[in-house]
Design a protein around this ligand. Structure first.
Ligand SMILES: Cc1ncc(COP(=O)(O)O)c(C=O)c1O
Length: 382
């Protein structure tokens, strides 16, 4: 088994399983809700649960109403005239990535991914028959390193997987850096004789701070496949709905539709449940309180820095990375756990010596945790 997945399973079967849900634990481990769901969320489901026809809960593919809803949002976000027929509804971002990879990758094709990655990229590339090629981003900035990406491209490169806003660093890549990537890929595609795709994984694209806009590579580069999950903006990741799509600028987009359909079936019916699709137009208008998340960031990061932690200031997402005061991030995570704080060891996201903090913790958890972070730092220094 891949090492990062093994570390993930160890953590979730160990420290996480022991502490998750304990009333006195400040839980910063993953992007899970620590408070009750958005009230509007439940209302939206209630409004659509009563069947209006015999097919209400029949097999659902990408429902035309869902496709229209998503296309309208994408058009408004990007200024491109998105075609509803290019939206493939999926049961979450997870399966959108799986289907995108299976659609694009032939056995032995290389897929470049950026480290620190989301936990499952490498596994999904392998499952699609691809060869993962890792490109490191350096802490603490975790900048998109276009030169390193360029150096990793070879004749077998099929795609580059980019995630912005970036889990786990919170970086939001600028249009300039995405354009630099697009330029490199345009040249490289010409050189090697086939298009290199950008797989743009964007589940956090509405979770951005300080008035930022998260731009999509799809605005700049036609051979972009975008993947999205509603699990983040709605903070209801157990309710599985997302999509994958290509921009209207892609010349051969119509030819892809059948293959995407086939791969959705081959991925084990990767379409969302009926009720979530019926409710999508209402769900689309909802969001967690981004201002509250930003205030939590502004409370927590300066406080951690004051205590001596080196911590990134996220531009988007729920996450910040902080450097462990001792080299062994697993040992420091265990020390924090003894102080009733749950964070994710950096090794799981390929950044040993660091840990990841999810700002989905409640404000009360943050207030309870700050003196404990301070005490843990003092203990580590001793
Ligand atoms: C970067 C990234 N991509 C994809 C996913 C998958 O999202 P979902 O579980 O909602 O399908 C996540 C979830 O944590 C993520 O952080």
């Amino acid at each position: 088994m891949r090492q990062s997945v093994a570390a993930f399973i160890d953590f979730f079967n160990g420290t996480f399983a022991t502490l998750n849900g304990e009333p006195d634990v400040a839980n910063f481990a993953v992007g899970n809700p620590q408070e009750m769901p958005l009230p509007g969320y439940v209302d939206a489901l209630r409004r659509h649960v009563e069947p209006l026809d015999k097919d209400w809960f029949a097999y659902k593919l990408s429902e035309p109403a869902s496709q229209r809803t998503v296309a309208a949002t994408l058009s408004a976000r990007t200024g491109l005239d998105w075609d509803p027929a290019d939206i493939a509804m999926t049961n979450g971002g997870f399966s959108a990535i799986a289907v995108a990879l299976r659609t694009l990758v032939e056995p032995g094709d290389e897929v470049v991914f950026l480290s620190p990655p989301w936990f499952f990229y490498e596994l999904l590339i392998l499952a699609a028959g691809g060869e993962p090629v890792r490109v490191k981003l350096d802490p603490p900035a975790f900048d998109l390193d276009v030169d390193r990406i360029a150096a990793a491209i070879g004749p077998k490169t099929r795609a580059v997987l980019v995630n912005s806003p970036h889990n786990p660093s919170g970086r939001v890549y600028t249009t300039e850096s995405l354009q630099a990537l697009a330029d490199v890929l345009t040249d490289a595609s010409e050189r090697i004789g086939h298009p290199i795709w950008i797989l743009s994984d964007e589940p956090y694209n509405r979770i951005v701070f300080d008035g930022r806009v998260a731009h999509s590579a799809a605005e700049l580069y036609p051979h972009t496949m975008v993947t999205y999950s509603y699990g983040k903006t709605l903070l209801a990741p157990g309710q599985r709905i997302g999509f994958l799509t290509v921009p209207p600028t892609l010349p051969e987009r119509a030819e892809l539709r059948d293959e995407i359909f086939v791969q959705q079936a081959a991925t084990g019916y990767a379409w969302p449940n009926a009720l979530l699709q019926h409710a999508l137009e209402d769900l689309e208008r909802l969001s967690i309180d981004i201002g509250a998340l930003e205030r939590r960031r502004d409370r927590m990061i300066p406080a951690l820095r004051e205590m001596g932690y080196e911590a990134t200031m996220p531009e988007g997402t729920f996450y910040t990375m902080a450097r462990s005061p001792i080299d062994d991030d697993a040992a420091f995570t265990a020390l924090l756990a003894r102080h009733r704080i749950l964070v994710l060891p950096g090794s799981i996201v390929e950044v040993p010596g660091w840990f990841r903090v999810s700002l989905t913790a409640s404000d009360a958890m943050v207030e309870a945790a700050l003196p404990r972070f301070d005490a843990a730092m003092a203990e580590a220094r001793r």
